[in-house]
Write a protein that binds this ligand. Sequence first.
Ligand code: SAM
Length: 278
Amino acid sequence: MNKAYVLDRTERELNRLDLQGIIYRDATRRALTDCGIATGMRVLDIGCGSGDVTRLAAELVGPSGSALGIDMDAESVQSARARAAQLGIGNVAFEEGEAGSFAEPGTFDALTGRFFLMHQPSPAQTLAEAARALRPGGVIMMLESHMAGLLDTQHSFPHSEIYDEVVRWKCRVVAAAGADIEAGLGLYRIFQAAKLPAPDLRMEAPVGGGADSLIYRYMAESVRSMLAMADSHDIRGFGAENAEQLEENLRNSVVSSDGVLVCWPVVSACCQLSGAAA
Ligand SMILES: C[S@@+](CC[C@H](N)C(=O)[O-])C[C@H]1O[C@@H](n2cnc3c(N)ncnc32)[C@H](O)[C@@H]1O
């Protein structure tokens, strides 16, 4: 069983995941490509949510390959299926299931996951179990945010007080809900504990400014998504009303100073299992 999921499960939350998918798409595509995910592979994407990483993997493996996304949440699976159908992507499928115990051993060439291990009570165990789905020589690419990386560091230029409040509030709520705000840099340790080969790691962070940056809406939607969780842990700071104003307030504070914001840094970890290539 995983912990209580930190975010809500509404259509709005699925839209927030889409927004997150756009912000982190380039970093994710680079990580998948650099990890060797390529034409003809069969990819298993664990904790797929609305299917953004699964669709990216499907694009990289092409029609001779396939990508299967799994998620324990039925609504996410439905939404992922609907989005794939809408986009006419034929080489993806989505199933409801538990990441660690889903697939037949040895049936996939690659295992992927994004913003997933941070929600697991025993991430190394879940990863080790999911990795059994891989054939010898298969590859693993996990990408996690390192939210703690924005605490006590320069997250905005010039310094934005309101962004500082958002960063601190979100880190508190996510940590209180039991998710790991240090999962990104923790990936090396997780791979080691899962008895996997030491991964190659990379850290990067989107930076945005100007009126059109998506970071304002993404941060505001995330705050809205976490209000119920914050309430249940008695964490004050944002309520329904100022959450509605937050996107505009963030935009105004940044645009009026020709400033920029640093979004959550993400770390990708990639390794290849020993054994014969396909
Ligand atoms: C933050 S979302 C990330 C979704 C997607 N990977 C992305 O990057 O957009 C985490 C997802 O993992 C799913 N999840 C969490 N623990 C799981 C588990 N043990 N087995 C399957 N799905 C799980 C949740 O239901 C949720 O949809």
